[in-house]
Design a protein around this ligand. Structure first.
Ligand code: HEM
Length: 403
């Protein structure tokens, strides 16, 4: 008896697209032990037009790692590494052991919707002497006035995103991939995140972030007519985008600290004005349900806009930004208590788009100028990565760039 697909359970309202694969979960009665067949057996396809981990429903656990190629390593070593990594990612995502030297961490578990996604940072193309094949979209992001960026936790030659609904499966994949980096690449930074576990809510619904808000409502959906155009590089790429990026996407990755003690001190009605949506169910302050469109022009009895001028949902709405759209697919993080005694917690913000200059940049520029949320968040690191299209059978990720 099936209670739903991973698509329906997608915490960000995402559905498994052609490339993301689909997964099913079987129902169990509360008095029965949970069968492996529920969360553990969910698989996501490794091969496809796009890499997994972009339209795949949010997983409960995530690891983000950036690596720099080791001194002396170049294109040949990078190609060999991507070949090794792709073979391992394919096996792990299918629930197979990695072979000799397997750590055994995930021995009893199924793949648990594991995805591994690989990307290239701007500097990768210098080290590998492939600057002539670097997409112009990897030009550095502009500086924003509210940035508090730590260079050591930003950028990097290579980026790997691991997601799984089981923490041990995710950690197992992380260990296997980092061992395989061998002498070719060294970890630059790592971040660990989480989302809600599948089955934790009475019905599949949009996730909440650590501020308690329903987050992900107005994401573009794979069923939208213009979804592919906005999120993935087309078969005939625009000027400045090399052919190897066809089917790929650009990921902007930001560690956004939430100033949770300040936020929690704000009464709920003030919190709701900051976003422009109700905290309880994510519905616009202008009424309706979570999926009702925002009535941006509506005024209250006092003549003031119901959704304030500086509300986050108003400022970031595509119609306020010349149609700019991105797919937000974040993980929350909590790394204990910071030196200042407040939670070192927030959002590992990851957004996907066909062109960061039409997605992230114009929206962040506007948010930077006067978003009510800005007083409660701090961007602490930043990365921009070219994530190539999905591998065909027998191909490794990035082969069209590196061969
Ligand atoms: C919408 C929270 C940072 C872009 C929203 C919503 C929430 C939210 C609660 C409304 C529900 C929804 O449609 O998902 C946050 C938090 C952030 C953050 C807590 C930081 C910790 C950002 C950043 C960007 C961004 C950095 C991009 C530069 C958007 C967009 C929407 C949105 C495009 C959808 C607007 C619409 O179409 O209605 N965010 N956000 N957000 N946010 Fe953020």
């Amino acid at each position: 008896r099936l209670i739903g697909t991973a698509g329906a359970a997608g915490a960000a309202g995402l559905v498994a697209g052609a490339a993301g694969g689909s997964a099913t979960y079987a129902a169990t009665r509360p008095d029965e032990p949970t069968a492996l067949a529920t969360v553990g057996s969910a698989t996501v396809a490794f091969h496809g037009a796009h890499q997994a981990g972009i339209t795949t429903p949010l997983q409960a656990r995530g690891h983000l790692v950036a690596l720099d190629l080791a001194p002396g390593a170049g294109r040949k070593e990078a190609a060999a590494l991507l070949r090794r990594w792709s073979g391992t990612a394919r096996r792990l995502m299918a629930g197979e052991p990695v072979g000799e030297g397997d750590t055994g961490i995930a021995l009893d578990a199924g793949p648990s919707a594991l995805t591994v996604t690989f990307g290239f940072g701007r500097t990768f193309f210098d080290v590998t002497k492939l600057a002539d094949r670097r997409p112009s979209a990897l030009d550095p992001l502009p500086a924003f006035s509210s940035d508090h960026l730590d260079a050591r936790r930003s950028n990097g030659d290579l980026w790997v995103q691991i997601g799984s609904d089981d923490s041990l499966v995710a950690f197992h994949a992380l260990r296997a991939l980092l061992k395989e980096a061998g002498d070719a690449a060294r970890v630059r930074w790592q971040m660990n995140g989480f989302n809600r576990s599948p089955g934790a809510t009475a019905r599949p619904m949009t996730a909440r972030n650590l501020m308690g808000q329903v987050d992900g409502t107005n994401n573009p959906k794979p069923t939208d007519a213009d979804f592919d155009r906005r999120i993935f590089v087309p078969a005939k790429p625009p000027a400045g985008t090399p052919g190897w990026m066809t089917g790929g996407s650009y990921a902007v990755v930001r560690r956004i600290r939430m100033l949770l003690d300040d936020w929690d001190a704000l009464p709920v009605d003030r919190q709701e004005l900051v976003i422009g949506r109700r905290k309880s169910d994510g519905a616009p302050l202008t009424g309706g349900t979570e999926t009702t469109a925002l009535a941006l022009d509506k005024t209250g009895p006092d003549g003031k806009l119901v959704i304030p001028d500086n509300a986050h949902a108003r400022i970031s709405a595509p119609e306020q930004n010349g149609g700019a759209a991105m797919l937000r697919r974040p993980f929350s993080f909590h790394d204990g208590i910071g030196a200042d005694g407040t939670p070192d917690a927030g959002l590992l913000f990851i957004c996907w788009q066909a062109d960061p200059l039409r997605g992230f940049v114009p929206v962040q520029r506007k948010l930077d100028r006067g978003d009510a949320l800005s007083a409660f968040v701090r961007h602490e690191s930043s990365g921009l990565y070219a994530v190539p299209g999905g591998p065909r059978e027998g191909e490794y990720v990035g082969q069209r760039l590196l061969e």
